[in-house]
Design a protein around this ligand. Sequence first.
Ligand code: SAH
Length: 228
Amino acid sequence: MSDKSVEDYEREHRRLLEQVIAETRETADLTGCSKLSEPVLRALAAVPRHRFVPPAQLAWAYADTPLPIGSGQTISQPFIVALMTELLALDSRSVVLEVGTGSGYQTAMLASLARRVYSVERIPALAEAAERRLRELGVDNVEIRIADGYRGWEEQAPFDGIMVTAAAAEVPPALVRQLKPGGRLVIPVGPPQRSQDLRVIGKDESGASHSHSVLPVVFVPLVRNLEG
Ligand code: SAH
């Protein structure tokens, strides 16, 4: 547990924002993104990360690192969450699919930027905890489903943006199919337990897709079966 006050968390949250802004600038040569947009910065400032980490991790809630959230999964590093959100280029009309709800932290960021967020998580305990947190924070434009996100969410497709927060061995074809023309898919691609390639896949108005690599990243694997 942590005996930090609201003011302590607010101070640490502000420091984290500064760190993320600096890291964005320092990685610009690699990522092509030197500055986070105002809406993404506002979303990063608005979502209280300490509400998404387990009690044992509260001391590090505003550290710019991934943290364990149980079931062998992690809440992502805030810099990576901010960068991936920026790369999706959402606006207030966007309908988004997220694969890998986890703690719900990234979900909350997406929900504050987009019109509607559909999020898929394969581990029921994580999906239920995330749903509860989002409800407590008054986030009401998110729907979470317990399923294999490799197949996307056919009934709600197509999407303006799709974000995958687990590493896939290859880009799931269903996700590319479920993207609107003009939409973007942000996904780490590569082998588990090693560094992967964060990719942005865009679909142009003619329906053709094109991909570029942004940054080496390390994510937990996208697991195909629902159990185990
Ligand atoms: N964005 C989350 C990251 C969680 S880690 C956060 O910041 O909290 C990745 C998540 O993807 C894990 O919760 C894991 O259970 C989930 N996941 C892995 N494979 C999946 C699949 N095929 N479908 C849905 N969720 C999956």
